[in-house]
Ligand binder design. Structure first.
Ligand SMILES: [Zn+2]
Length: 308
């Protein structure tokens, strides 16, 4: 009986596996044009075990992230932190060098239910991909994506806080260390990612350089909505005027599984945007159709780390 039943069952099992593969491929939420969602900070949000969670409640309950299986969220090098300028150590770093940080065309904007994420098209010419060197980073870090964190109003929103002061928003430019070959491979190393954190504060007028970033947010109001930006985004114009003064420390992703793989650079000079521009982010919706706001993790313990 055994040989016969295994002979008839094998093609059937293979067929089932094939069908399951087809279903999972069709259900993958990112289009061909974009990098796979696994290639990004916040990638875990696409995983089924966390689907169905309200992101507002999720962030309110972020203390429980440490209990997730395989999570580093309870580790000793977690981000974000409350940066105390008085206890940070003064250090001179080489200047940052920003390469290909000019006009980027046809960026992909996606509402992934927890943030607005901007990435390059898959067919983006290799030689024109933005990357950074210098700034005390050991090697070359290639751009992967940027995204933002914001509050329900301008009294809060940033992930990092300076001397207990929040900003209305924080922009994260995520890069991976090219010596590891790919974003996915870089995530296994403590110097795998370099994230540039830029505070957003409310200024009197619109920031023209943020127009391409905010103008099409209305196209991606719902979770998984995606669009291609019609205007060029100039990365160098999203940076603060002053990039020589910044905080540097070793930390983590700020979403599960909070891997401790990030060399953080938090510029202390904020960038101004208008309240109207900030409000466009607050109109986005999360998975459950609620307003996607307060998508920031609270400050984590310093333990025995130094901020430079
Ligand atoms: Zn972030």
């Amino acid at each position: 009986m055994m040989p016969q039943s295994s002979l008839t069952c094998c093609p059937f099992v293979m067929f089932i596996v094939f069908v399951l593969l087809l279903i999972s491929a069709a259900g993958f939420p990112v289009s061909d044009e974009a990098y796979p969602s696994s290639a990004f900070e916040h990638w875990i949000y696409g995983k089924s075990n966390l689907k169905g969670t309200s992101w507002n409640k999720w962030y309110a309950n972020s203390g429980a992230w440490a209990n997730l299986t395989g999570s580093s969220c309870g580790g000793k090098q977690q981000s974000p932190i409350n940066i105390n300028p008085r206890s940070s150590v003064r250090k001179t770093f080489p200047k940052f060098r920003f390469h290909n940080y000019g006009n980027i065309d046809r960026m992909i904007l996606m509402n992934n239910g927890h943030t607005a994420m901007y990435s390059l098209q898959r067919k983006f010419p290799k030689g024109r991909i933005p990357y950074i060197t210098g700034g005390g980073l050991n090697g070359t870090y290639e751009f992967a994506q940027f995204h933002l964190h914001w509050g329900n109003d301008s009294t809060r929103g940033s992930e990092h806080i300076i001397a207990s002061k929040s900003y209305p928003g924080e922009l994260h430019l995520v890069h991976f260390n090219t010596k590891y070959g790919s974003f996915a491979d870089a995530t296994a190393h403590s110097d795998g990612l370099a994230v540039l954190g830029i505070f957003l504060k409310i200024g009197p007028g619109e920031n023209p350089y943020f127009r391409p970033v905010v103008d099409q947010l209305g196209d991606v109001l719902q979770n998984h909505d995606e669009t291609i930006l019609t205007n060029l985004v100039s990365f160098k114009d999203l940076l603060p005027k002053q990039t020589t003064s910044f905080y540097r420390y070793s930390g983590s992703l700020t979403t599960p599984f909070c891997q401790q793989i990030v060399i953080w650079t938090v510029f202390d000079t904020p960038v101004e945007v208008s309240e109207k521009q900030m409000n466009k982010f607050r109109k986005l919706e999360n998975l459950e159709g609620e307003h996607l706001v307060n998508n920031f993790r609270p400050s984590q313990k310093m333990h025995d780390r130094t901020v430079f």
